[in-house]
Design a protein around this ligand. Structure first.
Ligand code: SF4
Length: 69
């Protein structure tokens, strides 16, 4: 699974990194970032639910997840 944060949409509410702090971080202004675990947009095996949870709870729909075939 791949995860992407759209920096144009992110408003820094922080729900993603509050919910799943190992998959999502924050920059110095509170906008979401990926973390070492999601570096390059790759969701670690077994953590798909966490990525989906963050995407579902982002009020700006800034997080997208893509299933890989
Ligand atoms: S929940 Fe969405 S808007 Fe809020 S910091 Fe995360 S990506 Fe940005």
């Amino acid at each position: 699974m791949k995860v992407h944060i759209d920096p144009q949409l992110c408003q820094g509410h922080g729900r993603c990194y509050d919910l799943v702090p190992d998959l999502f971080g924050e920059d110095e202004e509170g906008y979401a970032t990926l973390t070492p675990l999601t570096e390059g947009g790759q969701v670690p095996p077994g953590r798909e639910a966490g990525a989906r949870l963050a995407a579902a709870n982002c009020p700006e729909s800034a997080i997208s997840v893509t299933e890989e075939s």
